[in-house]
Design a protein around this ligand. Sequence first.
Ligand code: C2E
Ligand code: CA
Ligand code: CA
Ligand code: CA
Length: 277
Amino acid sequence: AKADGRNRHHFYSRALHDENQRQQQLRHDLRAALDAGQFHLVYQPKVNPQSGEVLGAEALLRWNGPHGPVPPATFIPVAEDTGLILPLGRWVLREACQQAQRWVTAGHALPVSVNISAAQFTDPTFLDTVQEELRRSGLGAHLLELEVTETILMRHVEHVQRNLEALRALGVQVSIDDFGTGYSSLSYLHAFPVNTLKIDRSFLAPDRHGPQAEALITAIVGLGRALNLQVIAEGVEEPAQVRQLLRLGCAAMQGYLFARPLTPGDFLTWLRHWPAQ
Ligand code: C2E
Ligand code: CA
Ligand code: CA
Ligand code: CA
């Protein structure tokens, strides 16, 4: 039993060592990646399947690392830990604004949504950065939407009011991402000048079908109505989910059923073929 314990200990510290090395390698690779031009953005359409309207597109970051593509769920936390998220997030904002301005020029005035990390939102230069990237790109502020998670808004209340009011004054839209997964104080929510609640996809996952998930979606849609906010559902994969959401009063949707996140070229092709499929 003793030897067994020692082996197990050895196994764990070995695994920990490997994990540390992997993390260090990732940090190292990530630092070089921005200069090496290894990032790009893909765009996932937001639609109203009932009217056929395209409502906008969410910009999602992709990294082709030296050893292949790395998913955002892996590298964004590392970028946040190392502080790289500030220059990287600024690059995302710049790139997304430029892309949306290209759409305008091509005759598609579609809002682009950009995900914002806590470190960006609480950075003292945040508002200046947003303003500067709008100016540089020439994009109208009403065509930029920032997606901020519920958790960020609840944890950084001291930055929230000032940031949200300044963004509203600029004309930038704000959406509360992953809504329903954190815990919101309704009294705060009421005071926040935001435009949209984005229902997290965990509420429409197949295993959550049923009366409970439905009650939650209904509650969020009702909250949206009461607070005069738009409501959009993310992660829509099946026609049954579309029918359910429409029945519950949510007509704005995003998900693989309509389109995967697309390169700018594929996005234009998709636009030409939507909604006739
Ligand atoms: P998120 O903001 O909640 O983005 C939605 C995620 O769901 C995206 O994953 C998207 O590709 C995926 N998705 C879209 N439709 C479906 C669907 O129908 N089914 C399923 N299963 N998934 C769907 P992705 O691109 O891997 O991004 C993961 C997360 O990484 C994002 O979650 C966001 O939190 C973060 N992220 C991505 N890009 C950026 C960025 O530029 N800046 C920051 N700060 N975070 C980002
Ligand atoms: Ca998002
Ligand atoms: Ca989300
Ligand atoms: Ca999510």
